[in-house]
Write a protein that binds this ligand. Structure first.
Ligand code: MOS
Length: 729
């Protein structure tokens, strides 16, 4: 419980809320520029092959046209970026060569005095391709599968015991295949980049989850010193992973600004965002579970396949979580990547856990049905205080408390276990649940604080990607310095500030709040020294926080723009995860198959909740996205052309208010002093994990029809004979 006068743990509206709603907050593409040029991208119409020739004559005739960049004139000036987050080998290229790796790849940058001229000229660029038949997806001709253990150094598939043998001898067995589709981030703010050169220094304005990483990455691509690049990203209009890694466009806009000798602004179109940024990997799974007649797991085998680009082995390997969740003596896992003519995927909210937990938590529900056991009771019987693979204890684990409190509030006791046993008129009612789990990562971070009288100024190269970081930092400082919140000013989102790592993997709040708390302690200690009597002016401190379990050179890594975090799943001698229980009610119309979700409830335990008001928003946002992942979202690809069909917000389904009913969040109190000094576990991703499975499980309960391939759309239910059957037949 927070102390009487404490700020941490109090529900506080965002300190930047007013600036945002009044338009005072400047997003990267809002920055006023002196005499800017505008860029418009030309992207590839084919998915595989080479560019044979450009015909730029017509484009050059457009009034206001300044320049056209292609591989022919600037290709040698940029080295390709690494894959997202540096995960996996190699990446696709764009204008470095004539090669086309995927549809929608950047092949030219058109520059003009106005956006309209740039767009007009871009549409007049003619390209002659030497095109080849592309491979679109799993099962397409030319798809190449590689087991990660064979191709990626250091990759280990978690395993213990003899899972195959134990599965064969288990009295109750499940063997099922699941699939999740490609999904695309559609943050409100488009993918934008503005570059200008101040003498020898490159200034980049770009929405980013990692300003120092972006600066260092672009410097490497351009072959210049990292301190010659500065990135600004004070406000971000939605990220969810899409601004986490370096993407191709940034370096080309920097080259354009250097060639023209003036600022260049790019605002890519919504459709281009589907192919120039990253996206959620398409996955397939086979899960085998073996249990005793009493419902104790004896074997768990989880195999996953992940689609990626031709050159990259980018992967999310969610078996890191699914192998460790439940007590089970025999576990085997295997992750493979499947190469196709696609762009490289990347981070998207709970990148590993959303797809892999869909598979496991669907299979657990199938096991509960096979055992004729309540699905919550099945989780209870397989509860574990330890990671079954290594035996390390969880720093804290409140999964069962989440299920208990969630079940009570949701009214789970009123659920009749038989499928198709609950209805309201023509609507079949289904109640489903699933486990949420996400590793509690903690980022290494540095910060500078100065205190002048009663006014504190926090400077930290952190990111507020909509999560409320400004407020979390201010709350922490106010709490530790015992000052009113209004006495704290926070500066972030600038790579010239002390680095604070990557705002991803739900590691940021824990990382930045802990370093700010540490800096505040140093301030208080300094102020207590006699020579710092109140009249002595400002006290300034700089603090570093290297969380236990982070790489030993983590602070140097931060300064070099590399990820440096203590990973909850990989801590020495312990394992740290946040947990939750997702509940949802679906209603399925017995004739049309229409699916509605009138209510959902999530109960989560994630250590200290810094700000319950913004935490609730993150949890319900995650739950909505989980419902969306189950019922709405999928990027459809043309199997023949390997191009997306629905690369816009008219055809890419995202839920609207009418799709989402009541949402309830329970924050189960949890104190964990072993995860980090403030006891903060990340929550950004936890809230979305498991909800897709909870919906699928609820649809099964409503209809008796098990859908193992997301999204669950009504046509998948119409094909199921049971939907049309009268319950009395
Ligand atoms: Mo988030 S998907 O961890 O950037």
């Amino acid at each position: 419980m927070p102390a009487h006068d404490a700020h941490l743990g109090q529900p506080v509206p965002r300190v930047d809320g007013r600036a945002k709603v009044t338009g005072v907050a400047r997003y990267p593409s809002d920055r006023p520029l002196a005499h800017p040029a505008y860029a418009f991208l030309v992207t590839s119409a084919v998915a595989r092959g080479h560019i044979r020739a450009f015909d730029l004559q017509e484009a050059r005739s457009v009034a206001g046209l300044l320049d056209i960049l292609t591989y022919e004139n600037v290709g040698s000036q940029v080295k390709p970026p690494p894959p997202p987050g540096g995960k996996g080998k190699a990446n696709t290229t764009t204008m470095e060569t004539a090669r086309i790796w995927h549809a929608g790849q950047i092949i030219a940058v058109v520059l003009a005095d106005s956006y309209e001229s740039a767009r007009e000229a871009a549409h007049r660029v003619k390209v002659v391709y030497e095109a080849q038949e592309p491979t679109a997806s799993f099962g397409s001709e030319g798809a190449q599968t590689e087991a990660l253990a064979d191709v990626e150094e250091g990759h280990e598939d978690p395993a213990v015991g003899d899972a195959e043998g134990a599965w064969k001898h288990s009295p109750v067995r499940i063997d099922a295949r699941y699939a999740t589709p490609t999904q695309h981030h559609n943050p409100l703010e488009l993918f934008t980049t503005t570059c200008l050169w101040e003498g020898e220094r490159l200034i980049i304005h770009e929405p980013s989850q990692f300003v120092t990483g972006l600066a260092a990455g672009v410097a490497r691509q351009l072959g210049i010193e990292p301190n010659r690049v500065r990135v600004h990203s004070e406000y971000v209009g939605g990220a969810f992973g899409s601004r986490g890694g370096l993407t191709h466009r940034t370096a080309w806009i920097a080259v354009a600004a250097r060639r023209l000798g003036r600022p260049v602004k790019l605002v890519a179109t919504r459709e281009q965002g589907f192919t120039i940024a990253t996206y959620r990997v398409e996955t397939q799974h086979r899960v085998r579970l073996g249990a005793s007649a009493e419902g104790h797991l004896q074997a768990l085998v989880h195999e996953g396949w992940e689609l990626t680009s031709r050159p990259s082995t980018y992967n999310v390997s969610g078996t890191e979580t699914t192998a460790r969740l439940y007590a089970c003596p025999n576990v085997a896992t295997r992750v493979s990547v499947v190469h196709a003519d696609r762009s490289t995927p990347g981070f998207m909210r709970a990148p590993p856990d959303l797809p892999y937990m869909f598979a496991l938590e669907s299979a657990m529900d199938e096991l509960a049905v096979a055992l004729q056991l309540d699905p919550i009771e099945l989780r209870r019987r397989n509860e574990s205080e330890r990671d079954p693979i290594t035996g390390r204890p969880y720093t804290s684990r409140s999964l069962l408390q989440c299920f208990e409190q969630g079940a009570a509030a949701f009214g789970w006791a009123h659920r009749r276990p038989e499928p198709r046993s609950m209805r309201a008129g023509e609507w079949l009612i289904g109640l489903g649940c699933a486990t949420a789990a996400y590793p509690s990562n903690v980022g290494a971070a540095t910060a500078r604080i100065s205190l002048r009288g009663e006014q504190a100024r926090i400077q930290i190269g952190a990111h507020d990607i909509g999560t409320g970081a400004y407020t979390a930092i201010a709350l922490t400082a106010a709490d530790r310095l015992r000052l009113p919140l209004s006495n704290i000013s926070v500066e972030l989102g600038d790579s010239d500030l002390p680095p604070a790592g990557l705002a991803a993997g739900s590691s940021h709040t824990a990382g930045i709040c802990n370093v700010v708390a540490r800096a505040c302690e140093q301030i208080l200690a300094r102020r207590a020294q006699p020579r710092h009597a109140p009249a002595a002016g400002a006290i300034e401190v700089y603090a570093e926080n290297l969380p236990d379990g982070a790489p030993a050179n983590g602070i140097e890594m931060l300064y070099a723009g590399q990820m440096a975090a203590a990973r909850g799943g990989e801590l020495p001698g312990r394992i740290a995860y946040g947990f939750g229980a997702q509940f949802v009610e679906v209603r399925v119309h017995e004739r049309t198959g229409e699916i509605r979700t009138p209510r959902a409830l999530g109960a989560f335990a994630a250590g200290t909740i810094v700000n319950p008001l913004t935490a609730r928003s993150q949890f319900i946002g995650g739950m909505i996205w989980g419902i969306s992942a189950a019922l709405h979202e999928a990027t459809q690809i043309d199997a023949r052309l390997a191009r997306y069909h629905n690369a816009d917000l008219a055809e890419y389904l995202v839920p609207v208010n009418a799709d989402i009913g009541e949402l309830e969040v329970i924050m189960v109190p949890e104190q964990d002093t072993r995860v980090n000094p403030l006891g903060v576990k990340g929550i950004g991703e936890l809230g979305t994990v498991g909800m897709n499975a909870a919906v699928a499980n609820a649809v099964y309960h409503a209809t008796g029809c098990r859908v193992r391939e997301l999204p669950i759309r009504l046509e998948k239910l119409l094909h199921a004979p049971r939907l049309q059957r009268s319950p009395h037949a």
